[in-house]
Design a protein around this ligand. Sequence first.
Ligand code: SF4
Length: 224
Amino acid sequence: MEKCKARIDSLYNGSAVDGKGLRCVVFFTGCNMRCGFCHNPETWTEKGIETTLSDLVARIKRYKSYIKNGGVTLSGGEPFLQAEFCKELCKALHNEDISVIIETNGLICDKELIEICDGIRLDIKNQERDVDKRVFDFLNTCQEKEKFVTMTNVLVPSLNDTAEKLNNLKSIKETYSCIKEVKFLAFRKLCESKYSRLNMPFPYEKYQEGTKADLQRAYDLMSF
Ligand code: SF4
């Protein structure tokens, strides 16, 4: 366990928005995308903290009773960039009867990691471009492994809340029966101060924040 290491940005205890129940969230360092709305730009550029598997598992175990109706979410950054560590982490947490889901952009299709985890939260990035072809490979594997997938999507007003973009999402949902849930997330600018601290421009400064009404319109269009 000591030899198995990863770089993480932080461990957050007590999230109610990263999957079912209360959860510990491991934010991994490093990402292979640069989304303009990203809330965690520090994971792109900062080196994070090197952690061993045993240390991370010990830290999570302290919250075991607290997360008994939830579990652990691997997030970032992009956890699949550190897939080997994530596989070992899943095994170690399963030994403790703790379930693990992974938040991902779906660009890295590591079949073993998809198989071993207990669920996937796949954030579809369709804001400025079409959905990357690699995401469909990823979904094909989730389908094959009968993995529970929650499809998430950050709605940015005037950018990806058009009928065309929403109908595309609907057709993805209808194609893959492994997608059991769809959750729209409203674009927010709470992260702006992080960009200032990092001396980076906030790419989506010009867009308006999303509202509850925007989310409802998207759910209605997708008939959920
Ligand atoms: S994939 Fe996630 S962590 Fe990476 S830039 Fe996009 S929102 Fe940020």
